[in-house]
Write a protein that binds this ligand. Structure first.
Ligand code: BGC
Length: 743
């Protein structure tokens, strides 16, 4: 190979790239963006002021689709720009798990990260940030500059159809990971949302269910997750939710948007609506800044109507300026104009698939491993692989977050009937084949696949095999919840029969959330792979054969029974027909999800309060090695303790610190965590800074820590509590500083 001197152009390109990279390290001061926004606003004519306040869904709608504006890219959203003022249009795509596929209309593909719950099972903020960078890079290369990502809703019900998009049940874990995902996305000089603000806890009746909750409980749980995510990620936009919160639609909710987000938190970016979530023009007065996908609302409220209102009503006149200032602030703060995203960029799909595979490997949770059944020896002679389309692909969750590669799904089973949302409602498998990956790691084994439709046939294979690997799936989707926590389509009976035929049966789960496992005691091993993404098959095989030592830990509680949950069924589920849109069947219908039942005690905190023992608790996950954690020492809000690999293999664990008591009262709150990689016999001291809000209550408009004794414990899970330490803490009261106070 001959090396040639750099041409002037390439030297310049390198210098520019270096300065762009430098710019990513140190964002420009917020003051700069605010001043630029004000300057642009001052130049706007009256007719300019409704351009940035509403957008369309740029997809071919109805029998006579309108042509799209030339700059729009088929995707979730398009908001025209103001070229005369140098303001770019906003080209929006869904992107929580990758650049969304939207039914293949664009004829391109993207790299699918595993589901949100898989990401959260890594407990690895750096890796999730890398995932965000990867998604943002792909989106930029396709010309998108706004990513509808950063799902930070907490799991209040394991039957929620959208749990797979989110990051679990704990505000610290979900908040930190959402923040890092957003930071990764925005490092590409594009905007990310954080969504769906807030208390969007179920899909059933999603457009009218009223999430009822007291202020303290909301501030200590879901709102805290958003707040932490925003502190870390600084998202340019917040997407408000479909549901009502305490009687008002979330997208027209004065308390949520004006009071909490803008006044108390000092948020400077803009609130965009969810698609079809705007009840009327006065949402603008309640804090909504931009109406998204306006075809889906009853009217385009934030165009002519807003302009008319601004002419005659001072409240609207001042709001319209504020709305523009906020959208412009987000554009400038993320340098959308100075470093514009353009279609036609190059994407290194191989490198990006490696990121997806790494997330999947770290996100797989080993739930059970009897008699060292795993890892499998490469020398296993006869392996029966059963079910789950393991010969074809890996399952993905459905709805707007769906991601596929350029060839589209390996299998897609339509489940939306003739409804207008049928394109979104398909059980789609991504092109990563577990069976092939298993064969590659066991080249001398005799591997037999059966699809599992006929139990007798599967059992026949199981009897003849040394080891049975059964792939079980639970599909879930945006727009619909699950009736219960069973595995559908008779899979529980199939697994039961296989375990009876062959005790060396390993269950690989691909689920959207927790499931019950009536067959658990008869299995040799159980692996939770979630929806494992673009390279999920390879990641699963890698764990099964010990190329990867599993290190995932549950970000949610797997209940032992439905009656452990705060509610018997998802509210409205039994009364309403399935409806992706979630509209009320008649205008007057109301429905309440009473979140005051559990308040801020979600998942493991609810179990601790009620004395329930989970099937698998929050924080739990096995490894092929073993770990021990020493006693914590806590000084002020700094805690440290040692973690040791006490086994024979290199591996990673998640060191967890819980508050277990406060002022003589039992508590169970995750207050710190760190993923630690350790060689056999090695140990490491972990130090975490405890966010004092996790030790406090929301009282009288601020945070309050009672003075007294606080007990902290390390844990291998929320139920496997290790050594404790008790310290005295003084009483404290404080307010959260504004989000931009330090910039
Ligand atoms: C979802 C959002 C999504 C939007 C645009 C809505 O149905 O709730 O999460 O960003 O559609 O596709």
């Amino acid at each position: 190979m001959t090396l040639r001197p750099l041409s002037l152009c390439s030297a310049l390109a390198l210098a520019l790239a270096a300065s762009a990279a430098g710019a990513q390290q140190t964002p420009p001061p917020a003051g700069d963006a605010a001043a630029r926004a004000q300057a642009t606003l001052a130049k706007m004519k009256a007719e300019d002021k409704t351009v940035l306040t509403h957008g369309i869904m740029p997809l071919p709608f109805g029998p006579n689709p309108q042509p799209l504006p030339p700059e729009a890219i088929p995707g979730a959203g398009y908001v025209a720009g103001l070229p005369q003022l140098g303001v770019p249009s906003l080209r929006e795509t869904d992107a929580s798990l990758g650049v969304a596929w939207i039914g293949g209309i664009r004829k391109d593909g993207a790299t699918a990260l595993p589901s949100g719950l898989s990401m959260a099972s890594t407990w690895n903020p750096d890796l999730i940030e890398q995932g965000g960078r990867m998604i943002g890079g792909e989106a930029r290369a396709k010309g998108f500059n706004v990513l509808l990502a950063g799902g930070a809703n907490l799991m209040r019900d394991p039957r929620n159809g959208r749990n797979f998009e989110y990051l679990g049940e704990d505000p610290l874990l979900a908040g930190t990971l959402a923040g890092h995902a957003i930071r990764g996305i925005q490092s590409n000089h594009i905007i990310s949302t954080i969504k769906h603000f807030a208390l969007n806890g179920q899909e059933t009746a999603r457009k009218f269910v009223n999430s009822k909750i007291g202020e303290a409980a909301a501030r200590e749980s879901d709102l805290l997750a958003f707040r932490i995510g925003m502190e870390i990620g600084n998202p340019g936009s917040v997407m408000c939710a479909y549901n009502k919160v305490n009687g008002e639609q979330a997208c027209a909710n004065d308390w949520l948007l004006n009071r909490v987000l803008k006044q108390d938190w000092g948020y400077r970016g803009f609130v965009m609506s969810d698609w079809g979530a705007v009840p009327g023009l006065d949402a603008a007065l309640k804090g909504l800044d931009q109406q998204s996908g306006a075809q889906l609302d009853p009217a385009v409220f934030f165009s002519k109507r807003l302009a008319d209102a601004a002419r005659g009503d001072r409240r609207y006149a001042s709001r319209i300026d504020d709305m523009n200032r906020r959208v412009l602030w987000a554009i400038y703060d993320n340098q959308l104009d100075r470093d514009p995203a353009k279609p036609g960029g190059t994407i290194d799909f191989a490198a990006n698939a490696a990121v997806a595979e790494e997330v999947a490997r770290q996100g797989i949770v080993l739930l059970r491993n009897e008699r060292g059944a795993l890892p499998l020896a490469a020398s296993a002679k006869r392996i029966a692989v059963i079910g789950g389309y393991a010969d074809t692909g890996v399952l993905s969750g459905a709805g707007s977050s769906q991601v596929q590669d350029a060839k589209g799904p390996a299998v897609s089973i339509p489940l939306g009937g003739t409804s207008p949302f049928a394109a979104f409602l398909a059980q789609a498998y991504q092109r990563s084949v577990p069976l092939d990956a298993i064969k590659a790691l066991a080249p001398t084994a005799d591997v037999h696949f059966r699809d599992g439709r006929y139990i007798a046939d599967a059992v026949n294979q199981a009897r003849r095999a040394d080891v049975v690997i059964v792939f079980a799936t639970q599909w879930s989707t945006e727009g619909l919840d699950q009736p219960d926590l069973s595995l559908p389509n008779g899979q529980d009976a199939l697994i039961e029969a296989l375990t009876r035929a062959n005790p060396n049966t390993i269950v690989v789960l691909q689920t959207g959330g927790p499931v019950l496992m009536p067959w658990l005691d008869r299995t040799a091993a159980v692996v939770e792979a979630w929806y494992p993404g673009a390279r999920g098959g390879e990641a699963i095989a890698s764990v099964l054969f010990g190329k990867t030592n599993p290190s995932g830990h549950l970000p949610i509680t797997f209940p032992a029974a439905i009656d452990q949950l705060p509610r018997k069924a998802v509210d409205g589920f039994d009364e309403l027909e399935p409806d992706f849109a979630g509209n009320p069947p008649h205008g007057t219908m109301t429905l309440t999800a009473d979140y005051d039942v559990e308040g801020a005690d979600l998942g493991y905190r609810w179990n601790a309060r009620k004395g329930h023992k989970a099937l698998f608790p929050f924080g739990y996950g096995l490894s092929y090695t073993s770990f021990a954690q020493g006693a914590p020492s806590v000084t002020g809000t700094t805690a440290s303790w040692t973690v040791r690999n006490t086994g024979q293999r290199a591996g990673a664990t998640v060191a967890q610190l819980y508050l277990t008591g406060r002022g003589g009262k039992a508590e169970r709150r995750l207050v710190g965590y760190r993923r630690v990689d350790l060689a056999p016999g090695a140990s490491q001291t972990v130090t975490v800074t405890i966010d004092p809000r996790l030790l406090a209550d929301w009282q009288g408009g601020g945070w309050a820590m009672p003075g007294g004794r606080y007990t902290f414990a390390t844990g291998a899970s929320a139920e496997d509590i290790g050594q404790t330490v008790e310290v005295s803490m003084p009483a404290r009261r404080w307010h959260d500083p504004h989000l931009f106070a330090s910039r």
